[in-house]
Design a protein. Sequence first.
Length: 415
Amino acid sequence: MFEISESPRPMKLGINGLGRIGKLTLWHHVARRSFSEIVVNIGRQVGQSLADLAASIEKDSTYGWLGTYLHGFRCTHVIENLNEEEGTMTIDGVPVRILRESRNPKDIKWREHDVFLVVDTTGVFTDPTLPADSPKGALRGHLEAGATKVILSAPFKIKDKSKSMPEDAVTTVMGINEDDYIPERHVLISAASCTTTCLAHMVKPILDHFGANRILTASMVTVHAATGSQKVLDRLPASGATDLRKNRSIFNNIILTTTGAAKALSLVIPEMKKIGFIAESVRIPTSTGSLIVLVLTIQDKSLEKPINRYVIHDIYRNAANGPSKGYLIFSEEQNVSSDIIGVPGAAAIIESTEIHTRTAAITVDPKLAGVKDTSAEPVQIPVTQVVIYGWYDNELGSYTNMLGERTVTIADSML
């Protein structure tokens, strides 16, 4: 997994946006040498020159120097051959072109530069139903501009609730449902979110082992690192704002927020639609490294030999060494959040030392379930509650690596 190409694919990759995921996506594909050239659209000038943009690409407050990421302590500067007029440079020998003119997807010069595969990392154009000429821009604008496939580094969000998901759009998570992508049909592909990616890899081994019918309830809380949308210092809310916490300083607070992970999970694991699921999110003042606390209630078979933590250990250990190899890590160490920053190929890292179970018999009154037989007696059912912790580097280690793998597989389907 994440093999470095002996020679790059004979195609170019377009990246729209150079925020956190855009920048790290550039790092990822430079490291893998996946494409013959990378064309990055930022749609505006940066600093005073192309050198200022290069410095922003080469240095990172969370992950350090790009050269160190590529070559370790023997690194040197890896960005060379800057051409201000052309907007070109080489990054560790990989040709990179920067487009600084247009922000609306339909106006980006993908066709002119022979770019047919685009990863949109802006987080702005998420509605797959909007037409290409939508006044404020749309994801389909990339298709009008020359792309034939567009990968979205976020979940789809359809604003008009009367509309359904278009037939040419699909949501996939690598290692979960990547085969749902049909090259002949799908042109818009969502790679879901960092939280959904981790959650899916935490849920699937349990679901495969016990089956959806035995999982009675599920809930999760993601203890999530700060994101670029949050404020460094307190600010006044915008007119009409309903969530005043979004304008509070992430430096100084634990902030309650929301997550669409449960809804997105059902798109990549349809069996989850049968299970009541609650998903919550808490933002904390760290730059990356997040944690999901997953709580499942499973109908057990007996009180004498109940599901215990060692059963759960075996499920995850077998998955990590088998069908989820390369995506799931079963850790027997005691980790803290900084330990998992940058860990490659880890959609989820299971913290096995903190898996807990508790089994008890619950009494179910058939009458409360609508049984009309007045003689029906209450029934006792053994139930085990399971608590599972899963780490994920919500920027580079988990999400960007999964997004990069999805990008490469789609590129291969286009050749």
